[in-house]
Design a binder for this molecule. Structure first.
Ligand SMILES: [Mg+2]
Length: 355
């Protein structure tokens, strides 16, 4: 089954409201949807969602990268996913969102060819995944209100964005814990917003609000600082922006700089390298979460399938669809009901697009 064509189109994803983090505000959500055709007649859909301040990709740069990769991939065997990744990496460094789009479309084809839903193609036995809900940065009072709304919608895991102001961060966590009660799991994501000293102080003070773990406390450029934070606090520390690839995962684990990893398909370059990361983490005894960018149902469906397939991916931060309006040309049965995804038994990723 050979690749005969790779097309890409930009789709405008409307946000319900902007999401503010310590490294940038997301207010528009253009995404690139890729369609791969094969000589068997099976087509696959993938997605590259640009997050310029994390991956360095824009919708236009993703399209250019896909055009560049296309000429190297036409004629390759669709089932040879490892060889396709090697070819992509040989001819183009970085550009992980474009590679993720191609990788997801190839997995859609492989799962359709096998007659299996993607989560079962990846080895999963049930398609049930629970996600958290992210609370963007606002006033501490507004953040506590948003957290209560999330709990009312059925979320038991809340991820709180911090990193702009240490005192506001601590007040927000205090108000949220008081508002949601003791049973809700609170995770914190500082998106690199703290210095090492601030991180150590903030995390030690957050212990009293029963925070589960803290994501990316310090800059991606300060790996020694990340290790210093990890060694100085008792809460687990998760790498996000510091950990794009299997190489990053191996290096951070060998350096003993982290306790957990946040895998995202747009950082890793798709499911194949994401599975490598989960495997490296698993043998090192490091649990993973899987997160997302502002992705449509295609990227989210692929990430949910991976979460369903890998026991070491213990947490899902796959709430992107909750922040976006449904696109009229993208149809899928995927979408959390409250905090829960139940994947369908349709073969492939189960998403259809008027392309
Ligand atoms: Mg994060």
């Amino acid at each position: 089954m050979k690749i005969t064509d790779i097309e890409s189109k930009i789709f405008e994803i409307q946000l319900k409201e902007p999401v503010r983090t310590a490294i940038g505000q997301i207010s528009v959500g253009n995404t690139v949807i890729v369609k791969i055709s094969t000589d068997s007649g099976i087509c696959g859909l993938g997605e590259g969602a640009p997050t310029p301040f994390v991956t360095g990709d824009t919708a236009k740069s993703i399209q250019i990268a896909i055009t560049t990769l296309k000429e190297h991939l036409i004629g390759m065997d669709t089932l040879a996913i490892e060889a396709i990744h090697q070819r992509m990496n040989d001819c183009l460094a970085y550009n992980t969102s474009a590679k993720a789009a191609i990788d997801i479309a190839l997995h859609d084809i492989c799962a359709k060819n096998a007659g299996l839903p993607l989560y079962r193609y990846l080895g999963g036995t049930n398609g049930h995944v629970v996600t958290d809900k992210t609370i963007g940065i606002g006033t501490p009072e507004k953040m506590a209100e948003d957290a209560v709304k999330a709990v009312e919608q059925g979320f038991e895991f809340i991820k709180v964005k911090t990193g702009l102001s240490l005192e506001d961060d601590l007040l927000a966590i205090e108000l949220i814990r008081k508002a949601v009660g003791p049973k809700i799991h609170i995770k914190v994501d500082a998106n690199q917003g703290w210095s090492v000293k601030q991180a150590i102080e903030a995390i030690e003070r957050m212990r009293s609000y029963d925070v589960s773990f803290v994501e990316q406390p310090v800059s991606v450029h300060d790996e020694d600082g990340l290790k210093q934070v990890k060694e100085s606090v008792t809460l687990p520390i998760m790498a996000d922006e510091s950990c794009f690839s299997p190489y990053d995962a191996l290096r951070l684990i060998k350096h003993r700089a982290i306790d957990m990893i946040n895998i995202k398909l747009m950082k890793s370059g798709g499911l194949f390298p994401a599975i490598q990361m989960a495997n490296i983490a698993e043998v090192a005894g490091i649990p993973c979460m899987i997160g997302c960018m502002m992705e449509s149902a295609i990227g989210i469906a692929a990430a949910v399938a991976l979460a369903a397939a890998r026991s070491n991916i213990m947490y899902a931060d796959l709430d992107g669809l909750l922040f976006t309006k449904k696109h009229p040309d993208i149809r899928s049965t995927i979408g959390p009901i409250g905090a829960e995804y139940q994947l369908s038994e349709e073969s492939g990723i189960g998403v259809h697009v008027n392309y």
